[in-house]
Write a protein that binds this ligand. Sequence first.
Ligand SMILES: C[S@@+](CC[C@H](N)C(=O)[O-])C[C@H]1O[C@@H](n2cnc3c(N)ncnc32)[C@H](O)[C@@H]1O
Ligand code: SF4
Length: 386
Amino acid sequence: MTPPWLPLGVYVHWPFCKSKCPYCDFNSHVRDGIEHTRWRRALLAELEHAAREAPNRRVETMFFGGGTPSLMEPETVGALIARTRQLWDSAPDIEITLEANPTSVEAAKFAALAEAGVNRLSLGVQALDPAALRFLGREHSADEAIAAITTARAHFARTSFDLIYARPGQTPEAWLAELERALALAGEHLSLYQLTIERGTRFFAEHQRGGFVLPDEDEAARMFELTQARLEAAGLPAYEISNHARAGAACRHNLIYWHYQDHVGVGPGAHGRFAEGDTKCATRRQSGPENWLAQVEEQGHGTVERSVVAGQDRVEEALMMGLRLAEGIDRALFASVAGADPVEALGEARLAPLVDAGFLEIDRSHFKATAAGRQRLNALLERLIA
Ligand SMILES: C[S@@+](CC[C@H](N)C(=O)[O-])C[C@H]1O[C@@H](n2cnc3c(N)ncnc32)[C@H](O)[C@@H]1O
Ligand code: SF4
């Protein structure tokens, strides 16, 4: 039987970390004495609100992101999972991911997190080289990360870990050697990000005053190409710019974003996008943890922005998401979530030169960026939606 309702992803944001990494501009904060019971109550209250925002859906995925959700009490994670299952219909094979940092303290919680219902763990390993871990300001050693990967694989059916490459002083050869070690440890999925310098981070200031130099553009491009080729040969091809998986092992939650399907966001700074009639409703919660908590306690949710995404804006948002995928955009699915066929909405005249230049491929069922197009996706998008 086909599912009765539209698919839904539920995102829960935990905004706290033990320390702030110098490269990170996520909504993450260091605080002493977090009141866990209060936070549990507030997250549950906003979850109830999300179920009123987007009712009559079937939850396909949940994702606990951060910050560092492995610092949550497993009781809180379990309560949110149980309440989600009561509030909506849920898929029998629901995917429930949690992001974890690989310290030994956190690895000791993996059994309880699995018991709470998490069935996929994504570990922020970042590097397997001790000097690089120090540079990245991480709290764990390479040995601790390796032990955490082993523990994670014993407790969760599905695991992934993240690495950051194109670091200062890293050569393509050194990255390839690190990648070999990663492949020997990996399960079904790896996320491999090029280091980016984000405004407002400690690295931004250090980089500006010449504290370190990043690999140049050609070298970074070479590392990206080596990554694609090596992972493809190892049976984990890229299904998105930075994400690699064995067949059938892609992160279904992130696919909901990239397919522009419905998702609700719970917790500080969380975003939601869900169909409302012929438009998409966009929501954003208060990002400061204390402000969010106060607002939820006062009015049951921390929403600070609620708007409608319609017409060309909706097409453009869906396009920015879908072109990240290696398989590209399924034109029929796109029409159902964005309200228009991408080729009709953009017009042949704008597309033809980009197809001729080898950045786009279009056929009756799909619309996709080629590997060359994905490598310069921002420039391609500028041409498409200018
Ligand atoms: C929300 S963070 C990770 C969660 C977890 N707290 C951790 O640090 O492992 C998601 C991932 O984004 C990546 N990331 C964050 N900032 C980055 C940056 N400036 N450049 C490249 N990758 C970055 C890291 O690999 C990180 O694991
Ligand atoms: S990378 Fe992870 S641990 Fe580090 S500050 Fe960001 S969210 Fe926190």
